[in-house]
Design a protein around this ligand. Sequence first.
Ligand SMILES: C[S@@+](CC[C@H](N)C(=O)[O-])C[C@H]1O[C@@H](n2cnc3c(N)ncnc32)[C@H](O)[C@@H]1O
Length: 211
Amino acid sequence: MSEARVWDRLAGRYDTVVRLFDSSYGRVRERLERDLPSGGRMLEIAAGTGQFTADLASRAEHLVTTDISPEMVARLRVRVEEAGLQGVECAVMSAYELDGPDGSFDGVFCANALHVMDAPEQALSEFRRVLKPEGTLVAPTFLHGVDGFRRGLSRTLSLVSPFVAHTRFDLTSLQQTISAAGFEVLSSEQLPGLFPLGYVVARPLRLPEER
Ligand SMILES: C[S@@+](CC[C@H](N)C(=O)[O-])C[C@H]1O[C@@H](n2cnc3c(N)ncnc32)[C@H](O)[C@@H]1O
């Protein structure tokens, strides 16, 4: 089954499932104001049904909010319309093939998704491509590999649900994956939770030929 189809099947239940992680989401919201640029063009990847979309819209001049799953995006659209958010465009889009020119966004936000993607490194290389050289990536990501208990729990949950995790990151491997895609990690923090959250802020690393 394609990645999009798997998530389409969860879309109707997503808002209920995600309540289990309310405290982690609150901690991310507290940090966004500090870490995301205000104004400018922002891209939200793997937005789901829009858990963070209103927070991002309040900071950006223009927000493109996206997800690979058409069913998630249908619900995201309803949420954006019901909240009357201005300057927000919703689109079905794969993180592996972003529909935007190089260097066109001031901020990229990707929450709770790098660990579920088949190819997070490919997604990160696309984030880097569409970010302006001084742009900011904020990527809070659930860490399913912090210890034996979480790895075991994650494997068990994966037996009953294909959504749980593709890569079981700890904070170090998450940072390394982001760095290897051509980013400078500016800050990273492990936030507590049943599955802790790796909250990483990064910016495109200038390659020698780009200086
Ligand atoms: C755990 S949900 C996170 C949703 C929301 N950002 C949140 O924090 O609640 C993961 C989302 O990633 C999306 N997704 C999975 N693979 C993707 C890909 N390759 N490109 C874009 N979105 C993807 C899924 O459709 C799903 O909505």
